[in-house]
Ligand binder design. Sequence first.
Ligand code: P6P
Length: 313
Amino acid sequence: MKYAKTLTDFILEEERNFKEATGSFSLLMLYIEQAAKVIASHVGRSGLVDIIGASGYKNQSNDDVQKLDIFANTALTESIRASKQAGLIASEEMESALITNEKNAKYAVFFDPLDGSSNIDVNISIGTIFSIYRMNERALQKGIKQIAAGYIIYGPSIMFVYTCENKVHGFTYDPSIGSFLLSHENIRTPEKGNIYSINEAYYNTFPQYIQKYVQYAKKTDMKLRYVGSMVSDVHRTLLKGGVFMYPQDTRSPDGKLRLMYEVNPMALIMQNAGGMAVCESSSPLLIQPTHLHERQPLLIGSTQNVKDILSFI
Ligand code: P6P
């Protein structure tokens, strides 16, 4: 039997490739991995324990907060705090960033603890998205400054996908041993795919170039797939190619997705896998954020598919 490399092995091996590494980044990643296992365990049992269903709270984006959101936020916040490697911790579920006052902490972590949580009660895949920066006197940095980004998708299988140093790797969870095993080394997204992903219910409110693209797609052999859970839609796009779109529209002029902990981490992952991400017509990674929970429109996926959309502008 071939030795299956665990995420922990991989992170520690990567650290050995950087002579100046102090182990701080590896430690942070291992604590994020641990939180992912805890969240995965609860998501898998969400129908069985009394943490299902809306909590009655609203988050900063005025979304109904499901109890599992709160659990996931606590699990990630406390695990990252316990790592002692983060000076700043920010979450979709927290109005403002947490300053840990951890002396010499080198990293700032932004995350959406449980994205797509409206799908929990109907057993549709959901996910955690995270983004890591070096601490800087400016709390909100451009996405191009991310040193790592990743997501965990809680689906038929649980996967941990992350990018660091321009490569994207995927690890699949083996619950029998409690480890994420390397299953998708150096993920490259196809140059072009035949799946487009968008909530067509809002068609009448889309910008004209998006409407033109949707009409064009319907005349080709393209398929429409839309889960309504960003991590699921982006993960499928990453592996199979095509394009996921959450554009601005007349109802939400900035779109719905949040720049710091949804758009930018996914944009870095897709770009490092050879794909492309744009907010209207330029990279989200170049936007100087002005607010922790700011939203940005997003087109993300295979380079050729994104370029096809931009050709309609
Ligand atoms: P709509 C989930 O609530 C989420 O934030 C993303 O995961 C998902 O892509 C999007 O909203 C779905 O939004 O308007 O299509 O229901």
